[in-house]
Design a protein around this ligand. Structure first.
Ligand SMILES: [Zn+2]
Length: 186
């Protein structure tokens, strides 16, 4: 993406180290710092993606992740937030709302998001290109949400990394007609 001048928003777990799938924020921090400097931005996906045992644990999972993200991108105070699929939060929704407000987190993907359920389907290159064509025809916003890309994609089903690369190449080809940027900037 960076090589092609295409940038995205990455919902990160800054408390996670090495795991069998390869995602490693702690040891790869320099990689993420470079990504932010290039034009990507980070969003809050909680510290560990493991839910919360109680209200104070929820505050740590949300608040500490926000602090670590702000350390990398201090100029982006407002953070998009997603608590993580398959997690249990032993605290009230009211409490979570208060914690999100305290840490400037917006639950969701921004006002313009019209999701294509990309996380449920391993899209082909032709499908990806057709989404771009539709966006151009309709003059609208489209968003792609993926929970991982490529062979080792984490719980994501976009294991066809080549199809994703084809999408990026198509966005470059159509750059005079279609604009793309991070969720935060849209
Ligand atoms: Zn997740």
């Amino acid at each position: 993406m960076t090589q092609r001048g295409i940038f995205g928003t990455w919902w990160v777990n800054t408390g996670r180290g090495h795991n069998e799938l390869g995602f490693d924020f702690i040891d790869d921090q320099a990689y993420w710092v470079a990504a932010v400097r290039a034009g990507h931005d980070l969003a809050n996906h909680t510290l560990h993606h493991t839910g919360a045992r109680d209200a104070s644990d929820a505050e740590w999972e949300i608040g500490e992740n926000a602090r670590r993200i702000w350390a990398i991108q201090p100029e982006t105070k407002i953070l998009l937030f997603d608590r993580g699929g398959g997690t249990v939060w032993d605290t009230s929704e009211e409490q979570i709302k208060l914690i999100l407000a305290k840490y400037h987190c917006v639950d969701g993907r921004g006002a313009h998001a019209i999701d294509i359920p990309a996380w449920q389907i391993n899209h082909s290159a032709a499908e990806f290109r057709s989404f771009v064509d539709t966006a151009i025809e309709e003059g609208g916003y489209y968003t792609f949400i993926l929970h991982g890309i490529g062979r080792n994609s984490e719980w994501g089903v976009q294991s066809d990394g080549d199809a994703f690369t084809a999408l990026l190449d198509y966005l470059v080809e159509k750059k005079d007609l279609v604009w793309s940027d991070t969720f935060t900037k849209t």
